[in-house]
Write a protein that binds this ligand. Structure first.
Ligand SMILES: Cc1ncc(COP(=O)(O)O)c(C=O)c1O
Length: 412
């Protein structure tokens, strides 16, 4: 295409491409394809009737405000509801600590905008959430990757990277996307202490924390940071900025997430958000409040846990039944994903080609690394929330054919 615009792209646009998942989702929308590729919640988990009632109520009683411009921080009753909800998990945020964003994805972008200069290094888990890499890449971030194992980020390997002075750490302690692993409590304490020792702040991204299907709740880093370091500045937030979202508990189409941070940082983020979109949809915030209030959110989260626990179990069972013994996988205690480990030398991208011929899709592991190597290609991320139990069983059977034939060819 010949246009005077193309040579005029800013530097930040040069490192930006379409995400592998967005590209893959185009293929997977074909009829007949069973997709484990996206991170989509199940439409069966959307509380339709409650949304319908909430929309009517907002339009009947509060239309003049709900359809008007609003504050950048977001609708106060909703922020209060978020603060009350988080208090049950030990996060004692006040109104001034909470701002609403257009999904957690915007929170990641705003954090990039506020903290990352071109060439700054961000310490990340390997693998990590692809959307965070996309958000930070636009600001010219470079990365220090620290591997995870079955117990989450390997804190024993943190000291040297922290000494090298990254701008901040980006960590997913609960049911990590993509690996489904959870950072164990002992390591959470170590992480917070090391962060304090080296003066490196933490961004804790927690979209899945409420979706626990087994085991006990583990305190978030933001709570451990306050308790261990006895911060007594009246709110719980010191070295940790905490992010969460309604995408997995109500509906991702709302585009409603939130940031918990000290008031000075909220003020800066609010100024940056003003430049981005003035504020997140007022109407959606009013509706979300009406949907979530009076204990509905808790009740609904219980229902989602039941739905996804069953789907996770069906996927784990099917993997055991159909997959060859050389292949292993994680057993997530919550969230939406599990992570498959293929034997050395097997490339999940080749398996994806075969899988698409069988009409089943997943995301190859290399997408989730800042610097993907052969090891990164040996993994597959599987989502278990979006397909029905029947589709999951059939999809895993089809996938096992693609995996089986590629194990044979890589050994031959
Ligand atoms: C770890 C993580 N962070 C952030 C997001 C973005 O979520 P939202 O829909 O709130 O923008 C996702 C979405 O899948 C995610 O997995």
């Amino acid at each position: 295409m010949s246009t005077a615009w193309i040579p005029r792209y800013a530097h930040r646009a040069k490192g930006v491409g379409s995400s592998a998942i967005r590209e893959l989702l185009k293929v997977t929308s074909k009829p007949g394809v069973i997709s484990f590729a996206g991170g989509l919640p199940s439409p069966d988990a959307f509380p339709l009737q409650r949304f319908e009632e909430a929309c009517h109520k907002v339009l009947a009683e509060q239309a003049a405000r709900a359809l008007q411009y609003g504050t950048t921080e977001g609708h106060e009753p909703l922020r209060e509801l978020i603060a009350r909800n988080m208090a049950r998990y030990g996060i004692t945020a006040k109104l001034e600590n909470v701002m609403i964003t257009s999904g957690s994805q915007q929170a990641l972008d705003l954090i990039g905008k506020l903290f990352i200069n071109r060439g700054d290094r961000v310490l990340i888990e390997a693998p990590t959430y692809l959307g965070a890499l996309q958000a930070f890449n636009a600001y010219g971030a470079e990365y220090i990757s620290v591997p995870i194992d079955g117990d989450g980020l390997i804190t024993e390997m943190l000291e040297k990277p922290l000494r090298s002075g990254p701008k901040f750490m980006y960590v997913l302690p609960n049911f990590q996307n993509p690996a489904g692993t959870t950072l164990i409590e002992g390591r959470r304490h170590e992480l917070v202490l090391l962060a304090d020792k080296y003066g490196i702040p933490i961004v804790e991204d927690d979209p899945y924390g409420q979706l626990r299907y087994e085991g006990e709740h583990i305190p978030p880093l933001v709570v451990i940071d306050r308790e261990n370091l006895r911060r007594d500045n009246g709110y719980s937030i010191g070295n940790v900025i905490y992010l969460s979202t309604f995408s997995k508990t109500l509906a991702p189409g709302l585009r409603l997430g939130w940031i918990v941070a000290p008031p000075e940082i909220i003020t800066k983020l609010v100024q940056l958000k003003q430049a981005t979109d003035l504020h997140t949809s007022t109407f959606n915030k009013y509706v979300a409040y009406e949907v979530a209030r009076d204990g509905f959110l808790d009740q609904h989260v219980k229902l989602i846990r039941g739905l996804y626990r069953e789907r996770r179990d069906v996927m784990l069972e099917a993997l055991k039944e159909f997959f060859p013994p050389e292949v292993t996988w994680t057993h997530p205690q919550g969230g939406l994903f599990l992570w498959v480990n293929l034997p050395e030398g097997v490339d999940s991208r080749t398996i994806l080609e075969a899988a698409l011929r069988e009409n089943v899709a997943f995301v190859p592991g290399n997408s989730f690394y800042a610097n993907a190597d052969d090891e990164a290609c040996r993994h597959m991320r599987l989502n278990f929330s979006n397909a029905t139990p029947e589709q999951i069983r059939e999809g895993i059977r089809r996938l096992s054919l693609a995996v089986g034939s590629n194990l044979l060819s890589s050994c031959a």
